[in-house]
Each structure stands twice: as structure tokens, then as C-alpha cells.
Write a protein that binds this ligand. Structure first.
Ligand SMILES: [Zn+2]
Length: 83
């Protein structure tokens, strides 16, 4: 009888262990999935990033100086490139 009880306890403990292990294994994947969702939402929320034609600096399109279809990080670079 004592042996049967021991086996039952062992079984319960191992099942509990597996459950914990699965929860632990699930956690990082769930986290990364959430991160993926976060980055995609921030990417869609953020402005488009454009490159300064003069120095190659990446700047939000909103802050870029536009000269036709060319983008610049500053008026100085825009005029320098065009002159
Ligand atoms: Zn620049």
C-alpha cells in the first residue's frame, strides 16, 4: 500500500513538473510573439524613415527636408547637395 501511494505521489509530482516545464517553455515564445506584435504596431505607427541624400543619416520622413523626391536631414545639407 505504501508503495502504491509512493508511485501516485511520484506521478503527481512528475505531472506537476511537466506542467511547470511546459509553462516555462511557453513563456519565451509567448513573449517573443508579443514582441513581434509590438514591433509591428510601432512600425506601423511610426513615420516612414528616409535617408539624407547628403550624409546618409536616417530621419523620420516628417522631419526630413524635401527637395523634390530627395530627402535631407537639414536645410544645410539640402542646399549643399543642390548647389
Ligand atoms: Zn544630412
Amino acid at each position: 500500500m505504501g508503495r502504491l501511494f509512493f508511485i501516485l505521489v511520484l506521478l503527481a509530482v512528475s505531472l506537476y513538473g511537466v506542467k511547470l516545464l511546459r509553462a516555462k517553455l511557453d513563456e519565451p515564445s509567448r513573449k517573443s510573439r508579443k514582441l513581434d506584435r509590438d514591433t509591428s504596431t510601432t512600425a506601423s505607427n511610426n513615420q516612414k524613415i528616409v535617408k539624407c541624400l547628403h550624409c546618409g543619416l536616417h530621419i523620420p520622413e516628417k522631419e526630413a527636408i524635401k527637395k523634390g523626391d530627395k530627402n535631407f536631414c537639414s536645410i544645410e545639407h539640402a542646399s549643399r547637395h543642390l548647389s
